[in-house]
Design a protein around this ligand. Structure first.
Ligand SMILES: Nc1ncnc2c1ncn2[C@@H]1O[C@H](COP(=O)(O)OP(=O)(O)O)[C@@H](O)[C@H]1O
Ligand SMILES: [Mg+2]
Length: 258
């Protein structure tokens, strides 16, 4: 048996979708302190839908979401943010006409004024590259810097759970690698529970402590990355899901079994 920490965030059999049509069905997933739980799977599998239903953007129609032992199913996103869940969406929600520092201040909207500067400094220790850019407008940043800012903004509230939706999308392989290996790993080591959605299956497996494979809205497979890697059908099963792998629908076509 694999021993995992008590979950900080847990979904228990959740179903959710758009306009009454379920997109994810019966998904259970959990992330505890210092874990990096990777959700991988082909484009359109429902990974972003899962994250949105965890944090109250999308209505969960059955199943439950827990924060520690508290049921937070369908609580509004602001409440989850206030209770320590940080969410970085797939498309950066940074404010381009504002400076890096102003963006960080917006991220710290729940803090007392006296706490803000200390948080800016702490977040600067996580992303030292941002510190010399505090006065720069966000629209002058590179793609990698913008992604760092989007994460840094969410870190302003010092969340205990960090939910990242494809943080490496549109980054070079080198930048993607360093974001996952250095920054995301370090945040987990500092005790955060990290739920990481990734299209780069291989890179995600390198850093994850637990992996869930989502295909067509359902969990196809889950386990420790090293155990999943030993499966004979592993390559076909989900390395096909990466942007550089074979066609994305290989996963759905060839693996009807579980
Ligand atoms: N706002 C929306 N309205 C209706 N359908 C949506 C919406 N967003 C996503 N979908 C559909 O839900 C499915 C899963 O999408 P998504 O969760 O974005 O997948 P992934 O993040 O794994 O690529 C897709 O079929 C997509 O077309
Ligand atoms: Mg997505």
């Amino acid at each position: 048996m694999v021993t995992r920490p008590a979950p900080s965030l847990r979904a228990d059999g959740i179903t959710a979708g758009y306009g009454g049509v379920p997109v994810i069905r019966g998904i259970s997933i959990a992330a505890g302190p210092s874990e990096i739980v990777a959700v991988i799977g082909p484009n359109g599998a429902g990974k972003s839908t899962l994250l949105k239903s965890l944090i109250g953007i999308l209505r969960v129609t059955s199943g439950s979401v827990f924060l520690g032992t508290d049921d937070v199913t369908n609580r509004p996103p602001e409440e989850l943010a206030r209770r320590g869940v940080g969410y970085v969406p797939q498309v950066n929600d940074i404010f381009e006409p504002l400076t890096v520092l102003e963006n960080l201040h917006m991220g710290g909207y729940l803090l007392r004024a006296s706490q803000v500067q200390a948080r800016v400094e702490e977040v600067g220790q996580v992303f030292p590259a941002l510190t010399p850019m505090l006065r720069r407008r966000a629209d002058k940043l590179s793609g990698g810097e913008r992604k760092m800012l989007a994460i840094a903004r969410v870190l302003m509230l010092d969340p205990k759970v960090l939910i990242l939706d494809e943080p490496t999308a549109n980054l070079s392989p080198k930048l993607a690698d360093s974001l996952l290996r250095e920054h995301v790993t370090r945040l987990a080591e500092a005790g955060k529970a990290v739920l990481l959605v990734e299209q780069r299956a291989r890179a995600a497996l390198q850093v994850a402590s637990w992996t869930s494979v989502l295909v067509s809205g359902e969990t196809r497979l889950e386990g420790r990355p090293q155990d999943l890697l030993q499966r004979e059908d592993f390559e076909a099963l989900f390395l096909g899901a990466g942007p550089s792998g074979p066609a994305r629908n290989t996963v759905e076509e060839e693996n009807e079994d579980r």
